[in-house]
Design a protein around this ligand. Sequence first.
Ligand code: GAL
Length: 714
Amino acid sequence: MKPCRFLILWILAFLSDVCFAQKMQWKEVNPGVWKAVIGKPEAFNLINASGASPNQNALQQLARSGFPFKSEEVSGKISDAKTYLSFPLDREEQIYGFGLNFQTVHQRGRIMQLHVDHFGGKDNGRTHAPTPFYVSSKGYGVFINSARYLDVYAGTGVRKDSKNPPVAQDRNTDKTWSARPYSDAVEIMVPAGGVEVYVFEGPTPLEAIRRFNLFNGGGCLPPRWGLGFTQRVERLYNAEDVKREAGEFEEKGFPLDYIGLEPGWQSKSYPCTFEWDQGRFPNPKQLVSDMLAKGVRLNLWLNPYVSPSSSIYSSILPYTGSHTVWVGAVPDLNTTQGRGMLFGKFKKEAIDIGISGYKIDEVDGYDSWLWPDVATFPSGISAEQTRQTYGLQMQRYTTDIYRQKNERTYGLIRASNAGGVSYPFVIYNDYYNHEDFITALINSSFAGVLWTPEVRASKSGEEWLRRMQTVVFSPMAMINAWSSGTKPWSYPEVTPQVKEMAELRMQMMPYWYSEFAKYHFEGTPPFRAMNLEEGFKTEARKVTENTNLEENPYLEAVAKEVKDQYMAGEYLLVAPLFAGQQTRKVILPKGKWYDFYTGAYAGNGEIITVTPGLDKIPVFVKDGGIIPFMPKKLHAPKAGEKTDIEFRHYGEKPGRYRLYDDDGETFNYEKGEFSWREIRIEKSKDGSIKGSVSSPQPGKPDNLGAITWKSMTR
Ligand code: GAL
């Protein structure tokens, strides 16, 4: 090549790099929330698809720590109609998040494509909620507001302009040579010519998450009954079967707040008619009111794909995608007409007669039956963007109908994404690996979603009980018997213990409800990773023990991954056992911890070994923790019903608890009709305790009945 031609090519290459590289201008858009716009972002994104809007007041209350990067450390570049983003990573920094992962908590060193899908057995980005948000152990969060499939290189690529470049090693002679040299960047490729990027201040990782959740409106506040026990019945049950089943729960004294009807409530399903099967359910309205009279609500399964036999089929067709799912039409939720017809049908057939909520299935994957990426939709929103947001929008518009009726709902969904945190839906799937279900519960706290480790069936009474123990310490205490027909008493050898767990769930309702209120008003996830807990430290990991970074010698100081214990609410640490285990190790963060059942001292900033027996799931309470307990009940307290509460105090420190109250059923709390009561407990040297409760605020909900105090630690 002639020298001058070479020079021209070099100048062109240089210019293309410089011209398209964009300086990112950071602007504080909410307290502690920073936004930069690069290139021309697409009009359709996760925030506007979800309709999320920030809770300004709550954001204002959070501590501040400032923009976490030097602005030149974050770079963005548009090339080839794609956006390339790069964020710095420190040597000892760990990152969490990038969606609802099932097998890993530490994400540094991973390559993923964030893509809504049914979890396929590998944390590769394809999951039910591939939220494009990550949190750093240094205490900040990053969110990419795009409804595209995003490629993530979370500390894997080695840039020539790295600040901490690894040294080239000689594999011939150097035994420490690594195939994965040190990387100091998180890099993300957005397949669009621009994007909005948000950075959330800490100071701690938990504060960054709270900020992210509040930015999206705050967590959902389920109705009280949503936190009770729920049974999903066999798929072809009829009205009489449903009534009989509710009767059996009552006879046997098992708590039950709502029953889920599976596909057979409809005249046809897969695709769905959204119409009652007249043979199995001749009078749905009557059934709903008979059940309500017994204190049991009904929830309906569906997938959103419209059967040719549905009365809305021909009218909705022009507002559906080019491709079908199981030959059902796919409503375009970004057309007002498509939306109006679908949700209008839900309202007329079900919500107006008192159905309390939905289980919205099959909005995640698999590729082989969902609409392909070549599908088109009348709104012009691409198949890819529709896939990334379908679950999100199903939650949004379903919640809207309940809001119009001023009734809260609580249901299930198989896909979500950023922006969905305020919608009262819990994610589930068909995967059924108990250990991985707990890891998903941990990761849900980084992804702005809720997850249930649902119970279906088990190989043994032991497994049944172990699963029941974890589901009652989760956002939804559910048996999903759609195919197995199991009941809580299906394994007689453990029935008393299962009953005790279900009762415990009910007794702890004031605690669960208050913790969910903190999710809503303060953004704190009710079920959280240990990594978000102050004073939590694991021993330094040996490089060879690590599964995803085994060849990276630079990360030795990073702690070992913990994916089998979690925080439940403000004070509880839950360390489940799985079938076959008699004993396990529990890592207790710094500070004193006490046994939940006995109040006995358990340890302080150490690893303990527990052998709790089959009847107990190990749970520990932080020093000074107060857990409010109500009497055993079969159903959640109704609006306005007074509830007696026993406040249980653990440890030595003075206790403080904020107990939340409202009507438990409507959206009136959004208009200020709620109250917080401040509970304080002082412990004297002789071990006795003295408790106090702040007075009720005039004109605010006050459902607190008789109060008793219990000192658990003697
Ligand atoms: C599955 C779902 C199950 C159950 C079943 C009914 O897709 O994950 O929980 O509802 O459909 O056919």
